[in-house]
Design a protein around this ligand. Structure first.
Ligand code: C5P
Length: 275
């Protein structure tokens, strides 16, 4: 038996850093949605665990036991041959590694029929929990507190990454003020994309300023996204360098993504629908 799962890109529409724990991890308050673009994970029972990495973004991705998909599969007794097809930029603020790990866990559930997640899943990475939720969610604590947010309208986006890999610990270290305001207590029930984007635009990504210090090209990405026809707002996701612009209409996002890709052939650019 062989099983395939989709590892959706995770977008932090907001990311407020509200404190730091004594162990150095940061407390977050983040609204997360998932895109219809992502990586693909394929698993097949085998004599021993193995990993092949392919796809347009495979360069530099380790195909050994250090990869999160390997670590996730190794939580089970069943050895599997893993094929990971990378479409998302790595170290790009889209939670690719965490989403790949979550997709591997779902595939292992499929193969083993065992629906209880093994111990050690959260140790794989701070974003694995939210990637297991696979739906719009509010993430708090250091990522372990995940509450699904119901009734969020579909949003459309252009995602752009200038090809610089960001180190998440370095971006956190470059953040001067660790105690920032959380999001409002209640996330409203929006009547449509327009009001959702209006609310999101009033929130922040506290990692955007420190990431801009480390990689000024992120400023060019944000400026280019903001200038796209139909773009309502632009912001960075996670610790960067991928940024997103939000649209109310998928057709507008598709046209804008084509324009941006033509203007910046060296950037990774795609339109996406967020759910
Ligand atoms: O858990 P993950 O490997 O995704 O996190 C990468 C690094 O980002 C951590 O080692 C830590 O330095 C930083 N981090 C943090 N606070 C979080 C999540 C990650 O400081 N809530």
């Amino acid at each position: 038996m062989m099983t395939k799962t989709f590892a959706a890109a995770k977008i932090n529409l907001t990311l407020h850093v509200t404190g730091q724990r004594p162990d150095g991890y940061h407390l977050l308050d983040s609204l997360v949605m998932f895109a219809d673009v992502g990586d693909r994970v394929r698993l097949e029972p085998a004599d021993a665990i193995s990993l092949e990495v392919k796809g347009p973004m495979a360069a530099g991705v380790p195909a050994d036991a250090s990869n999160l998909v390997w670590k996730a599969a190794a939580l089970y007794d069943l050895p599997v041959a893993i094929t990971l097809e990378k479409h998302l930029p790595t170290a790009g603020g889209l939670g690719g590694g965490s989403s790949d790990a979550a997709a591997t866990l779902f595939a292992m559930v499929d193969l083993t029929g065992n629906t209880t997640m093994p111990e050690g899943t959260t140790g794989l990475g701070a974003d694995v929990r939210v990637c297991l939720a696979r739906q719009a969610a509010r993430m708090r604590g250091i990522g372990e507190d995940v509450q699904p947010v119901e009734g969020v309208p579909e949003l459309h986006a252009v995602l752009a990454n200038p090809g610089v890999a960001m180190s998440t610990p370095e971006v956190f270290a470059a953040l001067d003020e660790k105690q920032n305001d959380p999001m409002p207590k209640r996330i409203p029930r929006w009547r449509g994309a327009w009001s959702a984007i209006d609310w999101i635009s009033k929130q922040r990504n506290d990692l955007q300023a420190p990431a801009l210090k480390l990689a000024p090209v992120i400023g060019d990405v944000l400026a280019a996204l903001s200038a796209l026809p139909g773009a309502r707002m632009a912001r960075m996701s996670g610790s960067g360098a991928t940024c997103f612009a939000l649209f109310e209409d998928r057709g507008e996002a598709d046209a804008a993504a084509d324009d941006l890709a033509d203007a910046h052939p060296d950037w990774w650019v795609t339109a996406a629908t967020l759910r």
